[in-house]
Ligand binder design. Structure first.
Ligand SMILES: [Zn+2]
Ligand SMILES: [Zn+2]
Length: 317
């Protein structure tokens, strides 16, 4: 009873500090926006840094730049239906966004071209509304490069898709006090990256090692956010999942602590988390509600992705 009282008090205290900090940080967002405004510049940079003389910006119309991604995420913060591939939403073409998918470049079962072909097929069905997607393979920039190459060869085929170049980074946090588990594994999504960026290539080359294979290597939560927030829009993937995986005993404190850390590590960037994640049916509904409510308190936008690993465009496995 006493322990519960102390942890609740601690959670409330952290929450008050967090809200105060967030309001202060909001004052400093203007500079970052100026950088994001120009998606054309982003695409020029992609072509230039690819060092491929055959690539042109004209063929990258399907690529979303960071500004477009940010606007889309903010606009759809309270719109779970567009992220939900229910039978009805598929029939009516309401489902049209999924910013989290894996291919054989990490632990997915579909080749990247197979995934893009399936996505293009669905996009053609719901056109003129685009289908917004991101390829977010674990710990690798390879998929981003492959997407650019595929589009450069056949832009027409994928014209109804809007694609964010991304990846999913493993990170870890803790232990934090006695109430959080020894170590919590946090997956981070980065969208709108440049896969040719030298620093990113160096980092993931080291992680992939001699065999050049993706693996589960994690870096600290703070350092991952610090690095990735300079390279794209960094968000927290499936925040509810770690509670079960890492035996977190007081989820309220954990969620508030996670959101607070996220704010402190990259105060000026867009904030988003997978509040409407499609595979949450195995999680405690109270936790999901807490995440949704507290992401609003912390001014973190909610996205809702599938996290494809299997052969289906609409299911996780
Ligand atoms: Zn993940
Ligand atoms: Zn994933």
């Amino acid at each position: 009873m006493r322990k519960k009282l102390i942890t609740s008090f601690l959670a409330l205290f952290l929450l008050c500090i967090a809200v105060l900090l967030i309001y202060c940080c909001n004052l400093f967002t203007i500079t970052y926006k100026i950088h994001l405004k120009d998606d054309i510049q982003y695409k020029n940079e992609l072509v230039k840094s690819s060092k491929n003389p055959d690539y042109t910006v004209d063929k990258l119309k399907s690529i979303m730049g960071p500004y477009e991604i940010e606007e889309f995420i903010k606009e759809n913060d309270k719109n779970p239906e567009i992220y939900t591939p229910s039978e009805d939403n598929l029939k009516k073409g309401i489902f049209n966004a999924n910013f989290h998918a894996h291919t054989t470049n990490s632990d997915g079962k579909l080749e990247l071209t197979e995934y893009l072909d399936l996505a293009a097929e669905y996009a053609n069905k719901i056109a003129p509304k685009p289908f917004y997607i991101a390829i977010t393979d674990h710990n690798t920039v390879k998929s981003g490069k492959d997407v650019i190459d595929i589009l450069e060869k056949n832009p027409e085929k994928y014209k109804n898709l809007k694609i964010a170049l991304g990846l999913e980074v493993y990170s870890e946090m803790g232990p934090v006090f006695k109430i959080l588990s020894d170590k919590i594994h946090i997956h981070l999504l980065a969208l709108g990256i440049n896969p040719y960026d030298e620093e990113l290539n160096e980092v993931f080359k080291k992680i992939r090692g001699k065999d050049d294979k993706w693996n589960y290597t994690s870096r600290s939560f703070e350092s991952a956010i610090k690095l990735m927030s300079k390279k794209g829009l960094i968000g927290i993937a499936h925040p509810a999942r770690y509670i079960r995986y890492d035996n977190v005993c007081h989820y309220e404190t954990y969620i508030d602590y996670l959101f607070l850390k996220y704010w402190l590590s990259a105060p000026n960037n867009l904030k988003y988390t997978e509040g409407y994640y499609q595979s949450y049916d195995v999680e405690n509904p109270e936790i999901i509600e807490y995440i949704k409510k507290h992401s609003e308190i912390f001014k973190i936008n909610k996205t809702g992705d599938i996290d494809n690993h299997g052969k289906s465009l609409f299911k996780k496995i």
